[in-house]
Ligand binder design. Sequence first.
Ligand code: MTE
Ligand code: MO
Length: 205
Amino acid sequence: MIDRDDTRITRRGFFWGIGVSAVSLIGLTAGQASGWLSPINLFAPRQQGEGPQSLPVNRTAEQAGVVELAMDPGWRLTVMNGAHGRAFSRAALQRMEQTEVELPIACVEGWSTLARWGGVRVGELLAAVGAPITSTLRITSFEPHGYYRTSMMGPEYIRDPATLVALELNGEPLDVQHGFPARVIAPGRPGVLQTKWLSMIEVIR
Ligand SMILES: Nc1nc2c(c(=O)[nH]1)N[C@H]1C(S)=C(S)[C@@H](COP(=O)(O)O)O[C@H]1N2
Ligand SMILES: [Mo]
């Protein structure tokens, strides 16, 4: 049985809690957006224009525990179509037709930064394993844990010629913080789905 007075106190506490979270959220957002508040910005490295290759970093390579794996010369990107697959070294990806696109990373945390990306069209990789452009893909990172290590990609992205497995960022090889050896970049995709540190692309239908 719940005592009425207890219930009322709990409710007050609940609303008070919401008020506090709303205030701190506004504080953090303002800190990211405007220069004069930047000393209190708790996400300092994620400001516009900051970070390696002039792009902020969400979850660093150190936080993701990928630094050694990213530098492994034995790295391959495996592309699976049913039982058939191919493993591409970074050099093999570089020998394929390269495409350059200008696309932003747009993070829900409140920043969006435009960058120049170079790499291989996802559609080309699918063609290399005989998969149609109407496929749906599961994309997996070699990041061992973490909420953003996998993403799905439907045909609406794949058939867009600007959807890449990116190898280069702003004219240089991807920094490890931005997904070296290879990451996904596609137009109109939320930042969380622009998977870094790729290991596998699977056709799931
Ligand atoms: N493997 C992996 N990919 C990831 C993430 C991650 O934590 N792990 N973070 C995502 C999020 S939330 C964003 S906004 C972008 C940021 O890319 P950047 O760090 O290169 O700017 O990467 C995405 N890709
Ligand atoms: Mo993000």
